[in-house]
Design a binder for this molecule. Structure first.
Ligand code: FES
Length: 83
């Protein structure tokens, strides 16, 4: 199980957190990992100036965009799960 939290605090919300969530959702569905990946929203993760901020199993990623989601998903989800 990999846990992905996407900050939906006001700053990250304005910077496109919803689109980042959609991008992760689409990766999860595409790879059929609905039971292995837990995707949820989070309150402010304290890095507002560098949002959109996400946390994967406690590791923070800053400035995430829908365009950078596939690479992060590959490195921190697919490779970790051995998919
Ligand atoms: S609002 Fe996202 S890190 Fe603060």
């Amino acid at each position: 199980m990999v846990s992905i939290e996407v900050c939906v605090g006001s700053s990250c919300h304005l910077k496109g957190a919803h689109d980042v969530i959609e991008a992760f959702n689409s990766e999860i569905k595409h790879h059929g990992l609905g039971k292995e990946v837990f995707l949820t929203g989070a309150f402010c993760l304290g890095k507002c100036l560098n949002g959109v901020t996400i946390s994967i199993d406690g590791e923070l990623f800053l400035g995430v965009t829908p365009e950078t989601v596939p690479e992060i998903f590959q490195n921190r989800v697919l490779d970790v799960l051995g998919v």
